[in-house]
Design a protein around this ligand. Structure first.
Ligand code: NAP
Length: 481
C-alpha cells in the first residue's frame, strides 16, 4: 500500500537559525525527504539565514552533511544534488541591520512565504519586526515558532502580544512536534472515524488513562536550558498536555483548525488544580551518574521526572483520573497513551479464570501503532480459562513497511505550514491556558522549596510514583528494557 503524495504550492521558506542544531537534525533532513518523495514543486526554495558568514556553496555542503548524517533511507546522490539546487543562504543578524536588504532581495513575489524561527525565543520579536519593516511578510506569509513558547503565563502572553503586533493569529504556527506524529493524528481517526470506541470513551466505561513520555537519555548538552525548565515546563506543559487534550476532547464538529483547537482548549480549561500529594517529582541520581553533575549545578532541585494524577471536571470524565508521567534517564524510551477500560460489571465465569479489563495502547514511539487487549478463552481442553490477547495494529505490520515509512513529524508539519493548515499547531489561547494551569503547580514547588525524590538512572522513576498509583489500586504499565 503506497501513500499518496500531493505536491504543495511553490514557496520560499526562510529558516532563521538555518545553521543550528534543530535545522541540521530535523528541519533540513525532513525537507529533503519531502523533496525526495515528490512533494516539493519546481518553484520551492529554501533559504538558510543566520549570522555566520557563509556562501551558497558552503551552506549546501553543510546541508549535504546533515542529510548524510540524519537521513537513512532515500539517501540518493542525484536527488540530494537536485535538492541542494533549491537552497541558498543569506547572512542575517536578527537583532541588527546586517543582511536584511539582501534577504528582502532574495524573496520572490507571488509565492508562499514561510519564515521558520528556529532560534531562541528572545529573537522572535526582532525577526517579526524586521520582516514587516522590510515589507517581506505579506498577509499570506506564515511564521513558524519553536518551543519553548514562554517560560510561564506572563512570558507566553508577552510573546503572543509581540507576535500579534506584526502577524495575525492565522499566520502564526506554534509548533509542537508531538502533534505531527502519525499516531497522534490516528488517535483522532480512531476516535472519530469509528463507531467502536467513542460510545465507550467516557467515565462510565474507562477506569483510567495513563500517558507516558519516557526517555532513556539524560539532559545531554542541554543542561543549562533544562535546569531552568525541568520536566514540567519542558514536557508536561506542551507535549503531555497536547496528548491529554486529544485523548479527552469532545468530537469537534469538523476536522478544521479552530473546531479542533476549540475542543482542546475546553479540556485545558476543565482541568482541576492538582493537589500536592497527587504529584511526584524526581531527579536521577546514582554514584556513577547524576542529574546535578549533568547540569553542573550541585544545588539544583529541578525535576528530571514528574508523575501526576490529573482530573478533568466535565461530564465525560468525572471520576476517571488521567495519570501522566515523563522523565529522563528512564528504563525505556517510550511515548504512549494507555486507556484502561473497566472490568465487566458482572462475571459469569468462576473466580480466578483470568478475566481482566481491556486495554487500548496508543504508541507514538517506538513502533507507532495501537494495541487492544481482549479477553478470550485459552485454547485447549482445560475448561473455561481466560487469557488476554493483543489485537496488534502496528502500522508496519498492518500496512506494510512502505506505508509505515511515514513522514517524520517535522516534515509533515512544515508541509502543513505551506498548505496553510493550522490544525496541528497550537493556538495562542491554548498555550496561555496550559501555562495558567501549570504555573500554580510550579509556584507551589518554589514556595515550598520542594526537593525531588532521587531515582536510579535507567529505572522506572522514584518509588513514590509507584505509590501514587498503588494508593488508588492501580499500576503503571510496566516499562521494559
Ligand atoms: P542552536 O543550535 O543554538 O542554533 C541557533 C541558531 O540561531 C544558529 O543557526 C545561530 O547561528 C542562529 N542565531 C543565533 N543568534 C542569531 C541572530 N542574532 N541572528 C540570526 N541568527 C542567529 O539552537 P537549536 O538547538 O537549533 O534551537 C533553535 C530553536 O529551536 C530554539 O528556540 C530551541 O529552543 C528550539 N528547539 C530546539 C530543539 C532541538 O532539538 N535542537 C528541539 C525543540 C526546540 P549564528 O550563530 O551563526 O547566528
Amino acid at each position: 500500500m503506497v501513500s499518496r503524495v500531493i505536491p504543495v504550492d511553490p514557496f520560499d521558506l526562510v529558516i532563521f537559525g538555518g545553521t543550528g542544531d534543530l535545522a541540521r537534525r530535523k528541519i533540513l533532513p525532513g525537507l529533503y525527504r519531502r523533496f525526495h518523495d515528490g512533494q516539493m514543486p519546481e518553484g520551492a526554495r529554501i533559504i538558510g539565514a543566520a549570522r555566520s558568514e557563509m556562501d551558497e556553496a558552503g551552506y549546501r555542503d553543510f546541508v549535504r552533511g546533515a542529510i548524510g548524517e540524519f537521513v537513512q533511507k532515500r539517501n540518493d546522490k542525484d536527488i540530494v544534488d537536485a535538492f541542494l539546487e533549491r537552497l541558498t543562504y543569506v547572512a542575517v543578524d536578527a537583532k541588527g541591520t546586517d543582511g536584511w536588504d539582501e534577504l528582502a532581495h532574495a524573496m520572490r513575489p507571488d509565492v508562499i512565504k514561510a519564515y521558520y524561527f528556529s532560534v531562541g525565543p528572545s529573537l522572535f520579536g526582532d525577526i517579526a519586526e524586521r520582516l514587516m519593516n522590510h515589507g517581506i511578510a505579506d498577509d499570506e506569509a506564515r511564521i513558524v515558532v519553536e518551543k519553548p513558547f514562554g517560560h510561564d503565563l506572563a512570558s507566553a502572553r508577552a510573546l503572543n502580544e509581540t507576535l500579534a503586533r506584526h502577524f495575525d493569529e492565522t499566520q502564526i504556527y506554534r509548533i509542537d512536534h508531538y502533534l505531527g506524529k502519525e499516531t497522534v493524528q490516528n488517535l483522532m481517526a480512531v476516535r472519530f472515524g469509528n463507531m467502536l470506541f467513542e460510545p465507550l470513551w467516557n467515565a462510565q466505561y474507562v477506569d483510567h488513562i495513563q500517558i507516558t513520555v519516557a526517555e532513556t537519555v539524560g539532559v545531554g548538552g542541554r543542561g543549562d536550558y533544562y535546569d531552568k525548565s525541568g520536566a514540567m515546563r519542558d514536557m508536561v506543559q506542551n507535549h503531555l498536555m497536547q496528548l491529554l487534550c486529544l485523548t479527552a476532547m469532545e468530537p469537534p464538529s469538523k476536522y478544521d483548525p479552530d473546531a479542533v483547537r476549540d475542543e482542546k482548549l475546553k479540556v485545558i480549561r476543565a482541568l482541576e488544580s492538582v493537589e500536592s500529594d497527587d504529584i511526584v517529582r524526581g531527579q536521577y541520581k546514582s554514584q556513577a551518574e547524576s542529574y546535578i553533575d549533568d547540569v553542573e549545578n550541585p544545588r539544583s532541585i529541578t525535576e528530571s521526572y514528574v508523575a501526576m494524577k490529573v482530573r478533568i471536571a466535565n461530564w465525560r470524565w468525572n471520576g476517571t483520573p488521567f495519570y501522566l508521567r515523563t522523565g529522563k534517564r528512564m528504563k525505556e524510551r517510550v511515548s504512549e497513551i494507555v486507556v484502561r477500560f473497566k472490568e465487566p460489571p458482572h462475571s459469569i465465569f468462576e473466580e480466578d479464570t483470568g478475566q481482566s479489563a481491556n486495554e487500548l495502547t496508543i504508541r507514538l514511539q517506538p513502533n507507532e501503532g495501537m494495541d487492544l487487549t481482549v479477553t478470550i478463552k485459552e485454547p485447549g481442553p482445560g475448561g473455561m480459562r481466560l487469557i488476554d490477547v493483543p489485537l496488534d495494529m502496528t502500522f508496519a505490520e498492518a500496512l506494510g513497511e512502505e506505508a509505515a515509512d511515514v513522514p517524520d513529524a517535522y516534515e509533515r508539519l512544515i508541509m502543513d505550514v505551506i498548505r496553510g493548515n493550522q490544525t496541528l499547531f497550537m493556538r495562542g489561547d491554548e498555550v496561555e491556558a496550559a501555562w495558567a494551569w501549570t504555573d500554580p503547580i510550579i509556584d507551589s514547588w518554589t514556595v515550598r522549596e520542594d526537593r525531588p525524590h532521587p531515582y536510579e538512572p535507567g529505572s522506572t522513576g522514584p518509588e513514590e510514583a509507584l505509590i501514587l498509583m498503588h494508593r488508588d489500586g492501580r499500576r503503571w504499565r510496566e516499562l521494559r528494557t
